[in-house]
Each structure stands twice: as C-alpha cells, then as structure tokens.
Design a protein. Structure first.
Length: 188
C-alpha cells in the first residue's frame, strides 16, 4: 500500500513539473512572437524608407540637367545610391534575423502552444488616467505576453515590456484572475 502511495506521489510531482515546463515554454514562445512582430514592424519602416529613397533617386535621374549643375546632380545620385544600398543591407539582415527567430519558434515546439485560450481584448479606457490606453482584467491562464499578443491581434501595437512599464509593481509571474492592469495605447 505504501509503495502505491509513493508511486502516486512521484507521478503527481512529475505531472506538475511537466505542466510548469509547458507554461515556461509558452511564455518563451509568446516573447519570441513579440520580438518577431517588432522586427517585422522595423522591416516595414525600412522598406517604406527604401521606397522613398528609390523614388527620390528616380526623380533626380529624370530631372533635366544643365551644364552647371551636372556635378551636383551626380554627387546627389551617388549619396542616394549609397543610402539605398545601406538600407538594402539592413533589410536583408532583418529578414535573416526574422527567419532565425521563426526557426527558434519551430524548435521550441508547438506541443503546448494550442492549449491556452486567447484573452478577450477590452477597450475601456482607464478612469481618470493621464495616459491613454485600456483597462484589462486578467483571465485564467493569462500571461503578460499573451495579453500583449491579444491586443496586437486586435491592431493595438503593444509589447509585454510596455505593459510592465505601464504597471509598476506588477509581478508577471503572479497574475491573479480579475486583477486589473493598464494597457498603454500605441504612440501616435
């Protein structure tokens, strides 16, 4: 009888340990998702800047050149060409970094990725708050990363770090169901 009880006790400890590892893995996946989103946003900004520089370069090439301004135009074109090349290198580096992050996500595993439910985003602004944003009530199985992802999925660009900064004293490892936190609105 004692052996059976000891075996059951050891089995329950092993199950609790596996559950904790699943939670840690999910938090790591959510953090990586947030970082990938930030990288994709940065890449988008660089792509827009690259397009603007290419348009400016095209406009300069189309501009009729007078004999006295030919040297200045050539210098401008050279500067623009260097800027375009620099941006292209940065964009390629960002793409490689994004691919590495996606590979990491694939290696971390998808075994525990589907067992959580996505929290519902609330759009209630905080009462009397000086900063614009949203009030959110913590739900079962929520983490700061899951909440940040849920808001990003709704088109509100916010990171887990921004949520933690907006809620001083918030312990991300000890969130309680029903606890109210402040979600800052993205800067305009």
């Amino acid at each position: 009888m004692k052996r059976i009880l000891v075996c059951l006790f050891i089995l329950s400890l092993a199950f609790a340990s596996a559950r904790a590892q699943d939670d840690a893995t999910q938090q790591q996946i959510n953090k990586l998702n947030g970082q990938i989103q930030d990288l994709l946003d940065a890449q988008s900004v660089q792509a827009k800047r690259l397009d603007a520089l290419e348009k400016e370069l095209s406009d300069l090439r189309d501009k009729p050149s007078a004999s006295g301004t030919a040297a200045a135009d050539q210098g401008d074109l050279q500067k623009l060409a260097e800027q375009v090349q620099e941006l292209a290198k940065k964009q390629k580096a960002d793409q490689e970094l994004i691919l590495k992050e996606i590979e990491k996500l694939g290696k971390v595993g998808g075994s525990s990725a589907g067992h959580r439910s996505t929290p519902t985003v609330t759009t209630n602004p905080p009462a009397g708050g000086k900063q614009s944003g949203y009030e959110y009530s913590i739900q079962r199985n929520d983490t700061v990363n899951i909440v940040a992802k849920a808001y990003r999925d709704q088109g509100i660009k916010v990171t887990a770090d921004q949520i933690l900064k907006a809620n001083p004293g918030l312990d991300p490892k000890n969130l309680k169901v029903g606890q109210k936190i402040f979600i800052p609105a993205p800067a305009q």
